[in-house]
Design a protein around this ligand. Structure first.
Ligand SMILES: [Zn+2]
Length: 440
């Protein structure tokens, strides 16, 4: 009973000098010929096998399993002899089923690497990896269920590799492997799939593999401001609405303010900014959201920027950023009610208007042009409230998984490991916490 294996009975146990537990056991279920099914008791010989088994507590167990090799009693049966077995120790096994299952579980559910699991459980890496594969395939085999909100994101696989051309002496890129990843943003399927490459064709290839019904079910697709994925989605999911991640839109505006500040400091002092410059001192305040500034901080920003001409330029860019955020802040998560397209476009218009009034600030014009190019996708993001935040956090899981594996050599293994890692949380509980994250 302590060994807990059906059809296996312990005949003796002994602790050796090193504290290891040696357990002797034999098969205690009737043995039937695998060919004809006749039960036999005619022993041909006894063999002792040493299958690896799970630990008993923290203690390693040395299992000595005695098996009988029996002669098939059925005179009409061509089978000569056969070895008895039990479900946990099938014929020719060298590792018990439950140890393999334990390895597979550790890797799939607890995020341990196959190498670590193999070392800890005293099995080989291929055995541990195969056990994981069996587990993962059972979880991942099914085609993804329909998703209403799809996220597409790129994810780098390892570092870029260069090779020197012997003749020209120039370096050529031999491998810069990116994956395009697909995420379920509205349900709890985590990562839906990955394809190698990050061209429009690569993304379209994966989408083409889905059934027409699945493609029709996608209502919103969230992407970064990247025209490649935009064209893939337009081609493959023409009915879906494209939204861009607003986090990146704000980041773009923050960067524009930073560019103006760096240029202004150069104009004022003829060098890069450093601690002690008033404009440098308010650097972090300019990156904050207006509503998060205290009155004193706000007064400090105004006072500093108003003092010089270049400083006033920074202030104008800063107001531009806030005008853009004013439009993005119409989203339901901020206001509590769903905005209409008109409101969003009105506020975006007043942002454009501001940029046009300050056309002597090139950074503002560039920003306005980029925003105008993505206006439909930005407005859709504000109205629908769909963000790519969940895919970004799932992407982090994917990167962490790669780091734990010290990089993957085999892309198929990577896909499988990453997909199990990304769905690990949702297999245990529905995912909500990921969506609350990453709002600006
Ligand atoms: Zn037989």
């Amino acid at each position: 009973m302590l060994l807990g294996m059906e059809g296996v009975t312990v005949t003796g146990a002994e602790e050796d000098a090193s504290g290891r537990l040696a357990v002797w056991a034999r098969i205690s279920r009737p043995a039937a010929c695998p060919r004809c099914g006749a039960v036999s008791e005619r022993v041909h010989e006894y063999v002792t096998t040493r299958p690896r088994d799970v630990r008993h507590g923290s203690r390693e167990i040395g299992l000595f399993l005695e098996k009988r090799r029996l002669v098939c009693g059925n005179g009409d049966c061509p089978r000569g002899t056969f070895t008895e077995w039990a479900p946990q120790v099938p014929p020719r096994c060298r590792i018990t089923r439950r140890l393999l299952e334990h390895c597979g579980d550790e890797i799939a559910e607890r995020g341990i690497t196959p190498a670590e699991s193999a070392r800890h459980n005293g099995v080989s890496w291929p055995s541990a990896h195969a056990a994981f594969g069996e587990k993962a395939d059972a979880v991942l085999r099914d085609d993804p269920e329909p998703v209403a909100h799809l996220g597409i994101d790129e994810h780098r696989r390892g570092r870029a590799r260069w090779r020197r051309d012997e003749e020209t002496g120039e370096y050529a890129l031999v491998a810069d492997r990116w994956h395009t990843c697909f995420y379920d943003l509205s349900g709890n399927q985590g990562m839906l799939g990955q394809v190698e490459g990050r061209t429009a064709g690569d993304a379209a290839y994966w989408l083409a593999g889905a059934t027409p019904a699945w493609r029709d079910a996608v209502r919103v697709v969230a992407i970064d401001m990247c025209t490649i994925y935009q064209s893939a989605v337009k081609k493959m999911l023409p009915a879906a609405e494209i939204v861009v991640d607003l986090f990146h839109v704000v980041q773009l505006a923050v960067k524009a303010v930073g560019d103006v500040r760096r240029r202004a400091i150069r104009e004022l002092y003829g060098r890069r900014g450093k601690a002690g410059d008033p404009e440098y001192g308010i650097k972090h305040l300019l990156e904050k959201n207006l509503e998060n500034l205290s009155q004193e901080q706000f007064a400090k920003v105004i006072e500093t920027l108003d003092a010089t001409g270049p400083g006033q330029h920074i202030a104008l860019a800063w107001i531009g950023k806030e005008k853009l955020r004013h439009a993005l802040n119409l989203r339901q998560r901020v206001t509590g009610s769903v905005p209409c397209q008109r409101q969003v476009r009105d506020r975006l218009f007043s942002f454009y208007d501001w940029c046009a009034q300050n056309e002597d600030i090139p950074e503002l014009l560039t920003l306005a042009r980029t925003i105008a190019r993505w206006e439909n996708e930005i407005a859709a993001a504000v109205v629908t409230g769909v963000t790519n935040a969940a895919s970004e956090s799932l992407n982090r899981i994917a990167k962490l998984e790669a780091r734990m594996a010290y990089g993957f050599r085999n892309p198929a293994n990577q896909r499988r490991r990453v997909r199990t890692a990304c769905t690990r949380g949702t297999r245990r509980k529905p995912r909500d916490h990921l969506q609350a994250h990453h709002e600006q």
